[in-house]
Design a protein around this ligand. Structure first.
Ligand code: MSP
Length: 663
């Protein structure tokens, strides 16, 4: 039998990789924190898949316990109906985010209930369980017993040391697990396995908890009916945390004589992923329980920090809970996946902000990566290159670029294997900058006219670089990278040999160009920025109004201040609609001695292009230039609003010389 043998006796096949997420409490829909744990598992699972491993990726829901019992009661629903109602929200969110889980485990499933009871029976057989009386405090939101040392003699009851919420007093008969008997074994285990917890600095908390003395753990409740019945008892249900932890083994057939092979194939798990708040359960209770049941311990725990929103903890009361669905609908699934992996260092809390998300999308994705593909495709189209063959010999600059790309594969792999996804992406983006710099210095748009051979070499080198980038980045952005490869004529099917092949790649591929829209569309982000600008203008308008009312009280300005502003008359010679914006025109303005200026103006609702072309108007020319929807605006057109809210141009009564300064 699989569970009757000693720790370490399992002959786990080296090419299997079993990864798990915490199972989520179904009292709310998934939020950004739950997405984060799940996404990390997905990215690492995909990474190990393209490195040749057979993957089992487990996620699911934690559906029993007092907290859920209360929530169901408040919702006036039967607990089973209550939990069932939440499942689609989880499954839909994970499908939307392309989370490639192998199994979605529910703790209300029969296989789980049976497996857990079997597990508890093992502990009973071992003599590690006894019945006694528990008299102490309990934190329902965390489903945790608050130990004496946390109580600080507070007569009213202590706050939960983890979530700082009020605890409740419980006094009931309970079964205890002899956790105290595992203190030394756990210390020995940590001494022998210093890399069990990643990042290693998180082990300190666990070790100091163990060293401060382990008390026996209450593992049953008589006052909670919504749970798995304790073996041989009609009154006790199994403590929800013990039951929930067991999902990692019950999902793969623990306790089922029909599924011994399956269990032996996958267990021990390679990685349990969890947030820092639940490290005690995974780093102390779970290993001790497994030791007691003679089941081998998982290989590693990956403990991630918390996502905060604008430096604050996400919470319903602060109203700052981020809905991953809205986020994906606004910014795109792969864009959010990339941002979470790139922005959040695994070993720290990370701050989520829309501003950072938008900046990453615009600069890393659209500008650095998307533009490179765009430029290649545009040039191919312009110079009628259907495809590009690798040349017989690469020049030394390409060989250098290829070396750099090979080194990137190595660095990327090291970081990914150490589960430092943000560092892996950092290394990848350095490589993208390198390819961009190469492409830019080669000036293929000039080469195309001078030497077809050099032009094709540059194009081919850039395509080879992009191919490597896309394959490495596939675990993070599976759809976008598949699309990128498709634009280069590659039908990408991630296989167990992908990275091995990439390591042996000598850059001899043929690329066939498939023209497409930009890979990362940022028009909605740009549009929103303009809206913001307009909002700012609204407040500017308010300010103008305020100034009008209070002119007499305004401090005078010096004439020197006024002449600092370059107010100039110019003639509008071109007026185009800006694609993707409903407000903007792109104007070309003849400003006489100041030259022809490109100026963007948000006056589309007041004018047709024909109303503007050929007209003179007033412009401020020395405003800080700024980029909107991909166009640089080098000035501002002045307008005045009429009573109907339509804007009018400020024009001289008779035509004057373009470039005349106002005075
Ligand atoms: N049900 C338990 C886990 C049992 S595992 C056997 C639980 N559930 S939870 O839904 O509250 O949390 C699940 C995971 O989400 C935890 O790893 C937690 O750290 C993570 N996150 C919840 N909010 C988070 C953030 N704001 N940021 C990052 N992750 C956080 O605990």
């Amino acid at each position: 039998m699989h569970d009757s043998e000693c720790i370490g006796i399992f002959m786990k096949k080296t090419n299997t990789f079993y990864i798990t997420t915490p199972i989520y409490y179904v009292t709310a829909k998934p939020h950004l924190g739950s997405l984060y744990s799940t996404l990390l598992a997905d990215v690492l699972g995909r990474w190990h898949h393209i490195n040749g491993a057979d993957i089992f990726f487990l996620t699911g829901t934690d559906e029993h316990g007092q907290k859920i019992q209360h929530a169901a009661m408040q919702a006036r629903k039967d607990p089973q109906v209550f939990v069932d109602d939440f499942i689609p929200a989880y499954k839909d969110a994970w499908h939307l985010y392309e989370i490639a889980f192998s199994k979605f485990m529910r703790t209300t499933s029969t296989e789980h209930r049976k497996g857990v009871q079997y597990f508890i029976q093992k502990l009973m057989d071992k003599g590690d369980i006894y019945k006694d009386f528990y008299n102490g405090w309990y934190c329902t939101p965390c489903e945790t017993f608050v130990t004496e040392r946390d109580q600080e003699n507070l007569a009213e009851g202590p706050l939960c040391p983890s979530c700082r919420r009020a605890t409740v007093r419980i006094e009931e008969e309970t079964y205890f697990f002899k956790l105290s008997g595992y203190q030394n074994k756990l210390l020995q285990f940590y001494a022998d396995n210093p890399h069990f917890i990643v990042p290693q600095e998180r082990s300190h908390e666990v070790l100091s908890f163990i060293k401060s003395g382990l008390k026996d753990l209450s593992i049953s409740r008589t006052t909670v009916s919504w749970g798995v019945p304790f073996p041989h008892s009609t009154e006790h249900t199994i403590y929800v945390w013990v039951e929930a932890l067991c999902n990692y083994i019950t999902a793969i057939g623990y306790g089922d004589t029909q599924r011994v092979d399956e269990f032996e194939k996958w267990w021990p798990a390679n990685i349990h992923i969890l947030g820092k708040d639940i490290i005690k359960f995974h780093g102390v209770f779970w290993p001790a329980l497994l030791m007691a049941a003679n089941v081998p311990l998982p290989k590693q725990l990956l403990v991630h920090g918390w996502i905060k929103v604008d430096k604050q903890k996400m919470s319903k009361s602060l109203g700052n809970v981020i809905d991953p669905i809205t986020l994906a609908q606004t910014y795109g699934v792969d864009q959010v996946r990339y941002y979470l992996c790139r922005q959040m260092p695994i070993n720290q809390d990370g701050d989520f902000s829309i501003k950072d998300l938008e900046e990453r999308i615009v600069s890393d994705l659209a500008h650095d990566l998307g533009n490179l593909l765009n430029r290649i495709l545009k040039l191919a189209e312009k110079y009628e290159a259907i495809g590009v063959q690798a040349p017989a010999l690469w020049d030394h600059e390409v060989l250098e670029l290829r070396d750099y790309t090979w080194n990137t594969i190595e660095q990327f792999s090291e970081h990914m294997n150490a589960m430092h996804i943000h560092l892996a992406l950092g290394a990848l983006w350095k490589c993208i900058h390198k390819i961009n710099a190469y492409f830019h210095t080669k000036e293929p748009w000039k080469q195309a006219k001078q030497s077809k051979e050099s032009f094709l070499m540059t194009m081919s080198a850039a395509c080879h670089g992009l191919r490597t980038i896309a394959i490495l980045c596939w675990p993070v952005m599976p759809s976008k990278m598949t699309e990128l490869l498709m634009a280069l004529g590659i039908r990408y099917i991630p296989s167990e040999k992908t990275i091995q092949d990439l390591n042996l790649d000598v850059w001899n591929h043929y690329f066939e160009f498939k023209h497409r829209a930009p890979l990362f569309d940022i028009s909605s982000i740009e549009e929103r920025k303009i809206q913001e600008e307009i909002m700012n203008n609204q407040s500017l308008k308010q300010e103008y109004k305020h100034m009008e009312l209070t002119t007499s009280q305004q401090a005078h300005i010096d004439i020197k201040d006024l002449i600092k502003v370059e107010l100039v008359i110019g003639t509008i010679i071109v007026c185009d609609e800006v694609k993707g914006s409903s407000k903007l025109y792109r104007l070309e303005v003849d400003c006489g001695k100041y030259g022809i200026r490109q100026i963007l103006s948000g006056v589309r609702s007041s004018f047709q292009p024909g109303d503007l072309i050929g007209k003179q108007a007033t412009f401020v020319l020395n405003l800080e230039p700024r980029v909107m929807m991909g166009f640089e605006s080098r000035g501002m057109m002045l307008v005045a609003e009429n009573e109907a809210g339509k804007v009018e141009l400020i024009m001289p009564e008779h035509v004057v010389l373009n470039g005349s300064r106002l005075r």
